[in-house]
Design a protein around this ligand. Structure first.
Ligand SMILES: Cc1cc2nc3c(=O)[nH]c(=O)nc-3n(C[C@H](O)[C@H](O)[C@H](O)COP(=O)(O)OP(=O)(O)OC[C@H]3O[C@@H](n4cnc5c(N)ncnc54)[C@H](O)[C@@H]3O)c2cc1C
Ligand code: SF4
Ligand code: SF4
Length: 510
């Protein structure tokens, strides 16, 4: 028996450093780490100690023999990762005479930060309590004597872990508990419901701290720029995500599920999240943290079919394999690939085992007749993937009635009463910081905001809106490393006030 890493892996690499036999790959130092969607356990070397499972913030590591039906394939997925690790095989330990477990060599120990023994406690403000802000706080609290002021504009901490991650991913939501350990740390003061730029200015925050880290995420959605985008029934997927997560700024009646067919434009993980929630059995969602108003609307829902529309072919879709695989296990839900273009089937048929398109092998392919209303036979719902197709117009009068799309032999209209654009999030320039409009990110060097001594960025506002929760960990380590180097070099501007005065100001303004 061995352990295996499964669907919810968010790549924070907590497991790597606790594995006594170094058998979790790729490690953050390896080239593959940037492109891999998840980490893998080498079953030949794993000694079953369970340390990785204890360290994992999202319960992604499980003993192979405890994997349920929906996760069983992860045993093979983990093992397959090591099949061609030729250098590893060469390094088989001499004692095992080449027949025992693969010996995974340890890298050279690296000490990237060295702080002088008299390094005093820094006062650091962090704006944003999502994963990026909390990884930065954790790094500062665990490795220095810093005092940290946490600020968030929302009444609950957690950023997108609280208000973005889908409610039927409770293991992923658990990452919020890991971060919450630091909310009550003796060297932390937290101000919720306090917006920098509205309730306090960036200058006030900076004046009371040695450094400020902006971890404000990417709150805005991208627009399609096509006619009819503002018709009733055409919404941003961000609105639906916020709605089912009980975001305080989205009204309980913001989403009306009276349409039988919904078109979701985009095929990243957010598109799949929304599609999955719309076709799931509401009773299966009842035990999750889903907003009560969303559950009530889902129980009334008329939605029979969700069409996921993507410009690219099935091998280049933006979603991850694990999110697509999970859809195949949804009870009472059929998956269909719209076979409107011969290239789609060709890509799926030609896909190698590691290609994304291979996950769609075995999924029904049919040339969908859009003139027929979604089939309600047997109470089953379905998700239709339409690849190589782009939206041209949201058609209708006041309300959307159809989406005009390209693909196959020209254009056609897909009748639909609702269309959701899920084509990405976008950063909003915080506190007048230098902003790259094209990328939607703050300009920086290794996390230090360009031309702003003492000001730093981390997370989606630094890198752009992609990457799971765990990716923010390495991002935070880089930013905190830069901040500490600046502190050691004595280039942080001297604050004019103390954090205590800021806390009083924050209480007054809130
Ligand atoms: C819908 C959705 C589902 C996702 N699901 C998963 C998943 O299942 N697994 C996974 O690994 N990753 C998932 N992700 C990705 C993950 O959520 C991100 O990697 C991560 O949240 C980015 O962290 P962040 O801290 O940069 O931003 P955020 O999480 O957005 O945090 C930013 C915080 O800053 C606060 N803020 C903004 N402006 C101000 C201001 N002016 N003053 C004070 N506070 C401010 C916000 O209120 C927010 O709390 C998902 C993302 C989305 C959008
Ligand atoms: S169970 Fe132990 S040996 Fe196996 S992968 Fe996890 S930490 Fe490593
Ligand atoms: S989420 Fe982190 S700790 Fe859990 S398996 Fe993935 S990389 Fe390892």
């Amino acid at each position: 028996m061995a352990y295996a890493i499964t669907q919810t892996c968010c790549k924070d690499a907590s497991c790597v450093s606790v594995c006594p036999v170094n058998c979790i790959r790729p490690t953050p130092e390896e080239r593959d780490f940037g492109s891999t969607e998840m980490l893998h356990v080498d079953p030949q070397t794993c000694i079953d100690c369970g340390a990785c499972a204890d360290a994992c913030p999202v319960d992604a590591v499980l003993p192979v023999d405890s994997l349920g039906a929906a996760q069983r394939e992860y045993a093979d997925i983990n093992a397959a990762y090591f099949e061609h690790a030729e250098e590893e095989s060469e390094a088989r330990s001499a004692e095992t005479d080449g027949h025992g477990p693969i010996f995974h060599a340890w890298g050279e120990p690296a000490f990237e930060r060295v702080l002088p023994p008299d390094f005093g406690p820094l006062r650091v403000a962090i704006v944003g309590t999502g994963p990026a802000g909390m990884y930065a706080a954790e790094d500062l609290l665990l490795h220095t004597r810093a005092e940290v002021t946490l600020v968030d504009r929302l009444p609950a901490a957690g950023g997108l872990v609280r208000y973005g991650v889908a409610p039927d991913h409770p293991a992923t939501k658990k990452a919020g508990d890991t971060f919450a350990r630091f909310h009550t740390h003796p060297r932390v003061r937290m101000h919720l419901g306090l917006e920098v730029g509205r309730d306090v200015t960036a200058e006030e925050l900076a004046a009371h701290h040695d450094a400020v880290i902006y971890a404000v995420g990417a709150a805005a959605d991208r627009r399609l720029g096509i006619p009819g985008e503002d018709r009733t029934g055409s919404l941003a997927a961000t609105t639906v995500v916020a709605w089912y997560n009980a975001h305080p700024e989205v009204a309980p009646d913001a989403v009306d599920l009276s349409a039988e067919r919904v078109v979701v434009v985009g095929n990243g993980n957010v598109a799949l999240d929304v599609a999955r929630i719309l076709v799931s059995d509401p009773e299966a969602l009842a035990g999750t943290g889903i907003a009560r108003h969303a559950l009530a609307e889902l129980r009334r829902s008329k939605v029979r079919e969700v069409v996921v529309l993507g410009r690219r072919d099935p091998d280049h879709a933006a979603y991850t394999r694990s999110e697509l695989r999970a859809l195949k296990h949804l009870p009472e839900v059929d998956l269909v690939v719209d076979d409107h273009d011969p290239r789609i089937g060709a890509v799926i048929d030609a896909a190698g085992p590691k290609d994304k398109a291979a996950v769609l092998r075995g999924v029904t392919r049919e040339a969908v007749d859009w003139s027929v209303a979604p089939d309600a036979a047997g109470g089953r719902r379905r998700i239709v993937f339409r690849f190589l197709s782009a939206p041209m117009e949201m058609c209708g009068d006041e309300h959307i009635r159809a989406v005009r799309v390209t693909g196959g032999n020209g254009e056609l209209q897909i009748p639909a009463g609702m269309a959701l654009r899920a084509i990405g999030y976008r950063g909003v320039p915080p506190a007048g910081l230098p902003f790259d409009e094209a990328a939607g990110t703050v300009r920086h060097e290794h996390g230090r905001v360009t031309g702003r001594a003492g000001t730093y960025v981390v997370g989606w506002i630094k890198r752009g809106p992609s990457g799971g929760i765990g990716v923010n960990r390495a991002c935070a380590a880089e930013t905190v490393g830069t901040l500490l180097a600046d502190a050691v070099a004595g280039v942080l501007p001297a604050p004019t006030g103390r954090p205590k005065a800021f806390h009083r100001l924050a209480r007054r303004r809130r």
